[in-house]
Design a protein around this ligand. Structure first.
Ligand SMILES: [Zn+2]
Ligand SMILES: [Zn+2]
Length: 435
């Protein structure tokens, strides 16, 4: 083991962390680290990190690191034990300090993990394009939060699929290259991606401003933030709501029982709820978490526009002209979108689109269907070629081209698993055997 370690000391790569809001994520760092070593992420995980990981791990069972990580790739940036141990292993191998800052480890004892991290990888193509031009391509940590849905900088929604192949992306894959889709290997920010400017609402602005503060919290002082929150919330209840729980729960748009649990400290709000409470009272998150006594009655004011009512308000003010305009843009994108995706982007459900814009909706659906069919046959043809190639090679080498062997070969060359389970491909193989 010693000899192995000596041979493979990891390059001490600096992360991008100048600014809190755009600080790099650990998953992004791992991809860059692998790319810098001319290794695939898979090789880096299996041949370098797994060994260190199982050496220093406090977990008893030896784990298969790549498998675990691909299944939970969003969690690498979170605050679970694997995030922590990955930080330790990387530090051990590269002597790089402070990699914990590329995760949410500092929130571990404060913010509940439920609904915190997004399973889907999201990105802003404009940010990536800019950073690529500056030669510093990477993915920021906050894109991994469920709560963060927009790029405030570019006033646009983050995208959660590849604009070229339409596939959803995960945080880490075996052959990931920075800035590229792990399925089709096209750049995320190249070509004609549509440019819909999103109206960034006040709540999202608030989130973005206050995340900076939350990201800066010190792990060691977390307990005091929790105590301060309880004290501050109780102070607000007394000073501003005259002890009236009902009035307070109405103003904060929270069920009474939930609010009660926050007030007694039985439960700490999720990130979204925490932000929401601060937003409704129009005070910075900082004022809720810092020492009691900094708040004054004048500071607190309940907002007129209530965030939780947004959905209902939206339904009333259906701006047909604007939606139609968006639908037309989606109808003309290079890569068609499914109506479900379009509905998500437009912020209305699919049924509503069908009812109000039947012709446009139908067109969008058909386009996508047609596109998917072509993609499927394109994929099948590619696999057929691989099957044929493997088949010929085996025959020439005097090996019987069995189903299992063919599947194994195709999997290792293009990564498609169990291809002969598909009827059409199976028939193709049988046909080869007959000829
Ligand atoms: Zn951006
Ligand atoms: Zn792709």
């Amino acid at each position: 083991m010693y000899i192995y370690r000596k041979r493979t000391v990891i390059y001490n790569l600096p992360p991008f962390n100048e600014d809190l809001l755009t600080r790099e994520s650990l998953a992004s760092y791992l991809i860059r680290l692998s790319n810098e070593h001319h290794l695939t992420v898979n090789d880096m995980l299996r041949n370098v990190l797994e060994i260190e990981f199982n050496n220093s791990s406090i977990v008893d069972k030896k784990i298969k690191l790549p498998k675990y990580i691909y299944e939970n790739s969003e969690a690498i940036n979170g605050f679970g034990k694997y995030a922590r141990e990955l930080v330790i292993a990387l530090n051990e191998l590269s002597s790089r300090e402070g990699l914990n800052k590329l995760t949410f480890l500092n929130w571990k004892k404060l913010i509940p993990s439920r609904n915190l991290l997004d399973k889907k990888f999201k990105y802003c193509p404009d940010c990536l394009k800019e950073w690529n031009n500056e030669n510093k391509l990477y993915y920021p940590l906050i894109w991994g939060l469920k709560l963060v849905e927009v790029c405030v900088n570019h006033q646009r929604k983050l995208i959660s699929y590849c604009l070229n192949c339409n596939e959803q992306i995960t945080f880490l894959r075996g052959k990931m290259v920075m800035g590229k889709c792990s399925k089709c290997f096209n750049l995320f920010f190249e070509g004609n991606y549509y440019q819909i400017k999103e109206k960034i609402d006040d709540f999202q602005e608030y989130v973005s401003e206050n995340l900076k503060y939350l990201l800066s919290l010190e792990e060691n002082h977390i307990n005091s933030y929790r105590d301060n929150f309880i004290a501050n919330l109780n102070w607000i209840r007394t000073e501003y709501f005259n002890e009236e729980l009902g009035k307070m729960s109405e103003s904060l748009q929270l069920p009474k029982t939930t609010l009660y649990e926050y007030l007694t400290g039985e439960q700490f709000p999720s990130l979204k709820r925490l932000m929401h409470v601060g937003y409704c009272l129009d005070i910075p998150t900082k004022s809720l978490l810092e020492k009691e006594g900094k708040l004054t009655k004048e500071m607190v004011k309940v907002r007129e526009v209530l965030y939780a009512d947004k959905k209902i308000a939206k339904r009333h003010s259906l701006d047909e002209g604007k939606i139609e305009e968006k639908l037309r843009i989606f109808l003309n994108t290079q890569v068609p979108f499914s109506l479900v995706d379009v509905a998500g982007e437009v912020g209305r459900d699919r049924k509503l689109l069908y009812n109000h814009f039947p012709i446009l909706s139908k067109k969008i659906s058909n386009n996508f269907l047609e596109y998917s069919k072509n993609k499927t046959s394109e994929r099948r043809n590619k696999i057929k070629l691989e099957i044929e190639k493997a088949f010929q090679e085996m025959v020439q080498a005097g090996i019987y081209p069995s189903r299992r062997k063919i599947e194994k070969e195709v999997e290792s060359s293009i990564g498609a698993k169990g291809v002969l389970r598909e009827k059409e491909l199976q028939n193709y193989w049988l046909q080869l055997k007959r000829s």
